[in-house]
Design a protein around this ligand. Structure first.
Ligand code: TRP
Ligand code: ZN
Length: 473
């Protein structure tokens, strides 16, 4: 689903579908044969991420994982719509071996080219055509090792596995249009040995024996999800279950970790409730969190409905609710409203960091004003030279994106006042729910909701390379 492009696609579809109804057997190349879908969706920082020429509506994933052999075996059924006339198109797939691929039941002649799985339909898919791709695949998943990101991807653990990474993870365990601009709903079926716990996104809709010492759980993700937010976690976990506001709450804590962590994870609905008072209604139909015990993972990730936390946040028994608030804030900013391009990442991380400041103040800690002042005073010169609105690939998850991003929001609040500020961030969550947004669209909304001209303001805070003047309250 690509909410932002609906209007454009509809117009193009009308024009070209006229051609498909003519009797001419060989359409003129200028109107029809756009050739293969591009091998990237057009992201400046990740040129081969995602693909052109189609829009996925739903992924139906049926995967089996064997922790002993580390082999993943899957069948992916992908429902998509052609957004160009396709003689061939790509899915992203990192490692793994494709046994077969069909489009609407006919052989799709799969071939591989780096991290692209190239498919060729038996006959051209005209723009607007809905189609189903079925890919059968297997292998030992290969993680990504980008030096600036650490290890990402489908990570085998001694007793199971964790799929975690951003931006790169999805294609290491399923064939995918791997970019947040093409969000889709999911059904995820996971088969694993009995006695292990399994987690994924959304609502768990089934759990049943699969024979041969295996069990299958089924997960339903009914709100469109960006591909990097899909996860599967397998291992020995303590399971915490309940409901909040009539929605299922389901969390897991690696069984080796101290039980004191459980009390903090149990605060998830309370923290969601607080954030809803600031951002508007919680967007999804389920919630929870997963704490993993894997020394290769030092961060937390905002997986849709069920963030994953490194156990590092819980060491020493201190308060970890700030990171929980960060990942839960991403449910609004990042997951429901997703970036249009990776360069827009401050819209995720700046907002989630600002939510940390709100939560800290709410808990009786320093006020947001004090945290801003402290951050403003102690931010190094290098950060003021690094604009959060236009990060390099290496700086995508750097200090500027998180902290200068959050400072930008507090500076905006000071400039437009509390009422306009909360209207802006709530409207952003509401108007773009389950879709995408970019920085320019945020600026346009901020100007609309405040009635102020804000180009110069945002230029200074997001794109400038010198320290902005201290905002006056
Ligand atoms: N988005 C994560 C956060 O909440 C940070 C992150 C970026 C990350 N890349 C990752 C976490 C890879 C785990 C793995 O701030
Ligand atoms: Zn974050």
């Amino acid at each position: 689903m690509r909410v932002g492009l609906v209007a454009v696609v509809t117009v193009a579809a009308l024009v070209v579908s006229g051609c498909t109804h003519t009797q001419t057997p060989v359409p003129t190349p200028s109107t029809v044969s756009l050739g293969p879908g591009a091998d990237g969706i057009g992201d400046s920082l990740y040129p081969s991420a995602g693909n052109g020429g189609y829009d996925v509506g739903n992924y139906d994933l049926d995967v089996r994982y064997d922790p002993a052999s580390k082999v993943l075996t899957g069948t992916a059924v992908i429902s998509a719509t052609a957004t160009a006339n396709l003689t061939a198109f790509d899915l992203d797939l990192h490692g793994l071996t494709v046994a077969s691929a069909t489009i609407d039941g006919a052989d799709a002649k799969p071939s591989r080219h780096a991290d692209e799985l190239v498919l060729t339909p038996a006959s051209r898919l005209p723009i607007g055509r809905q189609f189903h791709v079925t890919v059968k695949y297997s292998g030992v998943p290969v993680p990504y090792t980008d030096p600036s990101m650490g290890i990402d991807g489908f990570l085998a653990t001694p007793d199971g596995a964790t799929a975690i990474g951003e931006p790169e993870v999805a294609a290491s365990w399923y064939p995918v249009n791997d970019h947040p601009r093409d969000k889709a709903t999911y059904t995820i079926k996971i088969t694993a040995p009995d006695g292990l716990q399994v987690f994924s996104n959304g609502v768990r809709t089934g759990s049943e024996p699969a024979g041969g010492g295996l069990s299958t759980t089924t997960w339903s993700v009914t709100s469109p999800m960006a591909s990097y937010l899909a996860t599967m976690v397998i291992g020995h976990y303590r399971v915490l279950e309940g409901t909040a506001d009539g929605k299922p709450v389901l969390s897991g804590i690696d069984a080796r970790l101290p039980a004191t962590i459980d009390a903090q994870i149990r605060r998830t609905p309370e923290i969601v409730g607080y954030l809803a008072t600031q951002f508007g209604p919680y967007p999804f139909d389920a919630m929870g969190g997963i704490v993993i015990d894997d020394d290769r993972v030092h961060f937390a990730l905002e997986n849709q409905t069920r963030p994953i936390y490194s156990n590092a946040f819980f060491r020493g028994g201190g308060d970890a609710t700030v990171v929980i608030a960060h990942e839960l804030a991403h449910q609004w900013y990042g997951d429901s409203v997703s970036v249009n391009s990776w360069v827009d990442i401050w819209l995720n991380e700046g907002f989630a960091t600002y939510a940390e400041w709100l939560w800290t103040a709410h808990q009786g800690g320093p006020t947001v004003e004090a945290t801003f002042d402290d951050t403003y005073d102690n931010t190094s010169a290098a950060v003021w030279q690094s604009p959060p609105g236009n990060p390099s690939k290496r700086e995508l998850f750097g200090y500027s994106v998180y902290y200068r991003g959050a400072m930008t929001l507090e500076a905006l609040r000071i400039k437009v006042g509390d009422d306009a500020f909360f209207r802006i961030i709530q409207d952003w969550a509401k108007q773009r729910a389950f879709g995408n947004g970019d920085t320019q669209q945020f600026i346009t909304l901020a100007e609309h909701d405040s009635g102020q001209q804000l180009d110069a303001f945002f230029h200074t805070w997001l794109f400038g390379t010198t320290k902005p003047l201290r905002p006056t309250r």
